[in-house]
Design a protein around this ligand. Structure first.
Ligand SMILES: C[S@@+](CC[C@H](N)C(=O)[O-])C[C@H]1O[C@@H](n2cnc3c(N)ncnc32)[C@H](O)[C@@H]1O
Length: 259
């Protein structure tokens, strides 16, 4: 079973779709602006046209299947590009933007795992996989913004929910998000150093790159009868014991192995 490329939609990388949405949005917006100027002499100010382009691109991006968090990026992109071209932006702004992105996408280079998030429908499917009775341990390996942990911890006060994360901004934000939940905790740490024998359900949503090694680690450490669950990414040569198709337009599959 080959791993679906979660970083592509219909074979096209999301960045390419986002740029295509901008181009498709720019043509009618600027075309209408020029037509209006030719017909009435009235000109729409450039910031207005850029805002319209951004809004149209955000809507188009959603139609193209981009994740929700692309919408604010799409909205601001035309104005940001125009500002970069025409305003005397000091060099430190670019450096700060680079550092900001680095602190969010910390693991993109090493483990080749960017930040994308488990959706609500998948949270509901995960909740169905949790042990029905008794206290149990669940870990989200690379817990991102903590949404999966917060949702499951609220649904199941009888479980212990742990996250582990090394990207600084996601770590800080999810630390705040989980602060009011007594049955959820977050640790700063590398997933490869975590002892998986402590958990009844180990969940990950990473990328194809770490899956073979992570599966070997799970097999070596997890107790018999416990569950290893990978969102979207299969393990070549080790098919899952079961597959859950999430009702989210066919985008998500949970690969589940019983140890
Ligand atoms: C695709 S996101 C998934 C976030 C979250 N689990 C969810 O489903 O919403 C993967 C996360 O794993 C983190 N990550 C990747 N490699 C890691 C590692 N070796 N140790 C700790 N976290 C890691 C990334 O920083 C990123 O936040």
């Amino acid at each position: 079973m080959s791993a679906p490329r979660r970083d592509r939609i219909g074979g096209v990388p999301p960045l390419a779709l986002a740029l295509a949405a901008q181009l498709v949005a720019a043509a009618p917006v600027f075309g209408a602006g020029l037509a209006l100027a030719a017909a009435t002499g009235a000109t729409v100010p450039l910031p207005g046209l850029l805002a319209l382009q951004g809004a149209a691109a955000a809507l188009l991006g959603m139609r193209f299947g981009l994740a929700w968090w692309w919408a604010p990026i799409q909205l601001l992109l035309p104005a940001a590009v125009a500002a970069g071209l025409w305003l005397p932006v000091p060099a430190w702004v670019y450096l700060a933007a680079f550092l900001g992105l680095l602190l969010v996408f910390w693991n993109s280079a090493g483990d080749r795992v960017p930040l994308y998030l488990t959706n609500r429908k998948t949270w509901a499917e995960l909740a169905r996989l949790l042990p029905e009775k008794g206290s149990f341990g669940f870990i989200d390996l690379g817990s991102g913004l903590g949404g999966t942990l917060a949702n499951l911890a609220r649904r199941r006060p009888d479980g212990r929910f742990t996250g582990i994360e090394t990207a600084p901004v996601p770590y800080a934000l999810s630390k705040l998000r989980l602060s009011g939940l007594s049955n959820a905790s977050l640790r700063w740490g590398d997933i490869w150093d975590e002892d998986l024998s402590r958990y009844d359900v180990v969940y990950c949503f990473l990328s194809p790159v770490p899956m073979p090694a992570l599966y070997r680690k799970a097999r070596a450490e997890m107790r018999p009868g416990t569950l290893f669950v990978s969102n979207s990414f299969a393990v070549p040569g080790s098919p899952a014991d079961s597959l859950v198709k999430v009702d989210d337009g066919g985008r998500t599959r949970l690969h589940i192995w019983r140890m």
